[in-house]
Design a protein around this ligand. Structure first.
Ligand code: CU
Length: 180
């Protein structure tokens, strides 16, 4: 039905992420280099970030587990500019163009399929710079995880354009975080 595609970086990342866990794909082995940093595991559900603290010390590394039935989820963190006093809830009400302008480039992007390993697409989940962060999920509602990940692997920059319902943050999958 579909033509096999060449391996792309995200697919390789996915393979690496799967390959470095020992048997149980839901628990990643601790990275010795990151052993000193505090690690906070966030649970991704339809449609919220569970166990996400309101504030963490600088240098905290986030990781995710996806406990949804079938939705792909992601944790995307943006450091908000210091002069932006709007709440994340206010930002989610902006038009797509205004939202992109307000958020800028993400500091980190971690994806996970249901029960799947963490897929670090941007950064490794570490938030080093103190400030206020928006934590959001942009996955289109109802998209097949494999379809999205394949499209993401073929996209050079930014999120892939795939058909689907509204992004998950529209259903409330967003939060505000302060890095101290
Ligand atoms: Cu989501």
């Amino acid at each position: 039905m579909s033509i096999p595609r060449p391996l792309t970086p995200l697919v390789l990342l996915l393979a690496l992420a799967a390959g470095c866990s020992s048997g149980d794909a839901t628990t990643a082995e601790p990275d010795p280099a990151a052993a000193e940093a505090e690690v906070v595991e966030v649970t991704l559900v339809d449609f919220a970030f569970e166990d996400l603290p309101g504030s963490v010390p600088a240098g905290t590394r986030f990781t995710v587990v996806n406990e949804a039935e079938r939705e792909l989820h992601e944790l995307v963190a943006f450091r908000l500019s210091d002069d932006d006093e709007r709440s994340v809830e206010e930002l989610t009400a902006l038009s797509p163009v205004e939202l992109v302008e307000a958020l800028g480039e993400p500091t980190t992007v971690l994806l996970a399929e249901p029960d799947g390993p963490v897929i670090p697409a941007v950064g490794d989940g570490t938030l080093d710079e103190p400030g206020r962060y928006a934590i959001m999920c942009f996955i289109p509602t109802g998209v097949e995880p494999a379809v999205y990940l394949e499209a993401a692997a073929e996209t050079e920059e930014g999120p892939p354009q795939v058909d689907g319902g509204p992004p998950h943050f529209v259903h409330g999958m967003y939060a505000e975080l302060t890095v101290e």
